[in-house]
Design a protein around this ligand. Structure first.
Ligand code: FAD
Length: 623
């Protein structure tokens, strides 16, 4: 029925599990994906959308490494937007609205088309280990399946408990049962677990809404896409979203259910995502606000189901319904599904190494919501890295660890394992200290060579990336070497309120002025001649523009990153005994012993470890 021993078993086929399975299998490992319901592969448990601020950059990074999320998102998008275009390129964040059913179907098709990948539907009820080595999994039917490595990606399912008003019932997601056994096994092995909660809004019948009372939110006029590969194309048709607002009346109606709210009557004890608060939480915390924005998002091309973004709630269903009927445009709303909250087990991620392998059991990896994160993109990126590192371990190769100046994925994993998280962790641009380096436009330049080296990204991706790098560098050199006369530049500078030139100057200098944008640059004949002579595509032109306009910022961050990376290179031996360093604070000693950082740089990011503790540590490391 199964192979005698798999290289990699992935438990769970959510966003993390799908990426993990695809990566391991594509890297040549015999892989088994076990999940509770094969009908529900890559379900979007909450909003039908991928990307967004900082999350879009992660999807681009997954794609650049050779993961599937970018391709699947492009193939199933119904709307695409580049967010934050009015800000600098470090903040540009791609986001798409997805066709929820097509998204899951496309993922399944991609996985079924992946070699070396077997599937099995059942609940995994335990972990098999010998000493501190993983040897496989056991299932609820009593099967034992052997593997060299196991990746756990159980999402919100571990002892999941759903809340709607004063009703509570077991479940991993609405309509799906919870998972039992794994938490208990892991605790017996010595792992620490915790509880978190998250919530989701009601889904409604789009035919019952009056869109004329809402504000239309169309997609971009020239939509872009996530994948760097040419497998996907930008959308030629899009569906609009809509915007409306709650009101004092809506808030009053919601308040009437507060005494039956599991959030307020003590039934839900765990912490939810601070940045994705429920509507009752928003009313409570921001009592002075008389309205909150709601985004009305279609769930696909061919369904009338609509997602009410911003109205996440676990209030009794009749309270949700009554309140929503008072929202403008929702007067005749019909419900498809009520909103609900869910509590689930997670495992504090400080129990992991940078590879996402657990410190306690060799060959056991955790990825996704099980690590205390929230969001599809955060989950998918961890799944990808866990799948990659499980495969590299099986192949007895060096692990792939992304640094904080190389990828948002590196920031995410380093934050999780170094600082841990007490509330659902989501990515923000502000978490990345090198965000000018970690842009959505250059994820391929940063990561595709790495993806290729480990055997995940294919050669055509590498070739595209090499062309982009070479062509954009040559274009920048052209700007550095070509002069422009004051008489030609001044009319353009004047129109933009930039100071006039008294003599000719290099294009690089002129174009790096903050007032000058790509549209202006393209007014110079020498530039357009160069573009047509070299047949440059839009991606290369934009890359060169960013390299010119933000050269100062990019250089500054590179210098800073190099300095920190020198500390990253000061390694701390695996089983170093921090207790013996008496010259550092007790708190630092305790934290260092618990987290066991592998480098001085990582040690410096642990809260409670001060710069003077680091100086002492440096001396102990012989520096
Ligand atoms: P999941 O997508 O949950 O997938 C877990 C998979 O594991 C499933 O396929 C399941 O069947 C399988 N599985 C579990 N246990 C077993 C087992 N024992 N044996 C076999 N298979 C198993 N994210 C946001 O960013 N914002 C939000 O507002 C938000 N709200 C949410 C609201 C709700 C109600 C839920 C459920 C999730 C919400 N999320 C939200 C989170 C988002 O859905 C997750 O972050 C993301 O799906 C996590 O991906 P994952 O792969 O870790 O787990």
């Amino acid at each position: 029925m199964f192979q005698e021993k798999y290289d990699v078993i992935v438990v769970g086929a959510g966003h993390a599990g799908c990426e993990a399975a695809a990566a391991a299998a594509n890297m040549g490992c015999s892989t088994l994906l076990v999940t509770m319901n094969l009908q529900n592969i890559a379900q979007m448990s909450c909003n039908p959308a991928m990307g967004g601020i900082a999350k879009g950059q992660i999807v681009r990074e997954i794609d650049a490494l050779g993961g599937y999320s970018g391709i699947v998102s492009d193939l199933t998008a119904i709307q695409f937007k580049m967010l934050n275009l009015s800000k600098g390129p470090a903040m540009w964040s791609p986001r798409c609205q997805s066709d929820r059913m097509r998204f899951a179907e496309e993922w399944r098709m991609m996985l079924e088309g992946t070699p070396n990948l077997d599937f099995y539907q059942e609940m995994v009820s335990g972990i098999l280990s010998e000493g501190n080595e993983i040897i496989g999994i056991k299932t609820s039917l009593g099967l034992e399946i052997k593997a060299k490595t196991v990746v756990l990606t159980n999402g919100t399912f571990l002892n999941g408990l759903i809340h709607i008003g004063d009703k509570q019932f077991g479940g991993g997601r609405a309509g799906e049962s919870a998972s039992f056994g794994i938490t208990e096994d892991l605790i017996k092995m010595g792992f620490e677990s915790g509880r978190m909660k998250t919530g989701t809004p009601p889904r409604v019948d789009g035919r019952s809404l009056d869109y004329s009372k809402m504000i239309e939110q169309p997609g971009d006029v020239n939509p872009s896409k996530f994948s760097y590969s040419d497998i996907t194309k930008p959308l030629t048709e899009q569906r609009s979203c809509y915007m409306t607002y709650t009101s004092e009346t809506v808030h009053d109606l919601l308040r009437q259910g507060f005494d039956r709210s599991p959030m307020f009557n003590g039934r839900i004890k765990s912490i939810g995502p601070r940045y994705c608060p429920s509507i009752e939480d928003k009313i409570n915390r921001f009592a002075d606000k008389d309205r909150h924005q709601l985004f009305v998002e279609p769930e696909g091309w061919h369904t009338c189901e609509v997602y009410v973004n911003g109205f996440s709630t676990s209030l009794p269903e009749e309270v949700q319904f009554k309140a929503l009927r008072s929202v403008e445009g929702f007067e005749k709303v019909k419900f498809f599904r009520p909103g609900y909250a869910i509590e689930y087990d997670y495992f504090p991620p400080t129990q992991l190494k940078h590879t996402l392998e657990t410190k306690l059991i060799n060959g056991l990896y955790f990825a996704g919501q099980i690590n205390g994160t929230t969001g599809y993109e955060e989950a998918a990126s961890q799944g990808l890295m866990a799948g990659i590192n499980a495969a590299l371990k099986v192949q007895e190769k060096e692990p792939l660890i992304l640094k904080r100046d190389e990828a948002y994925i590196g920031v995410l994993i380093d934050d999780l394992i170094t600082k841990g998280t007490e509330e659902p962790y989501r990515m923000f641009t502000s978490r990345a200290e090198y965000r000018t380096l970690l842009r959505q436009d250059n994820a391929d330049l940063r990561l595709t060579p790495k993806g290729f080296e480990i055997g995940l990204a294919k050669v055509d991706r590498l070739k595209r990336m090499e062309y982009k790098l070479d062509a954009s560098e040559k274009f920048v050199t052209f700007f550095k070497e070509t002069s422009v006369k004051a008489a030609i530049a001044n009319p353009i500078l004047e129109a933009k309120g930039s100071s006039l030139m008294t003599q000719g100057d290099k294009m690089f200098k002129v174009f790096s002025r903050p007032q000058i944008d790509l549209e202006d640059i393209l007014k110079f004949e020498a530039v357009t001649d160069y573009i047509s002579e070299h047949n440059l595509d839009q991606e290369v032109i934009e890359q060169a523009e960013i390299q010119v306009k933000y050269a100062g910022y990019i250089e500054k961050e590179k210098v800073h990153a190099d300095k920190v990376n020198r500390l990253e290179d000061v390694r701390i031996p695996d089983n170093y005994d921090f207790e013996k360093i008496k010259a550092i604070s007790i708190e630092a000693r305790q934290k260092l012993s618990k987290i066991r950082p592998t480098s001085i740089a990582q040690a410096s990011r642990i809260s409670g470890v001060s710069p003077s503790d680091i100086s002492v540590l440096l001396i102990h490391m012989g520096r």
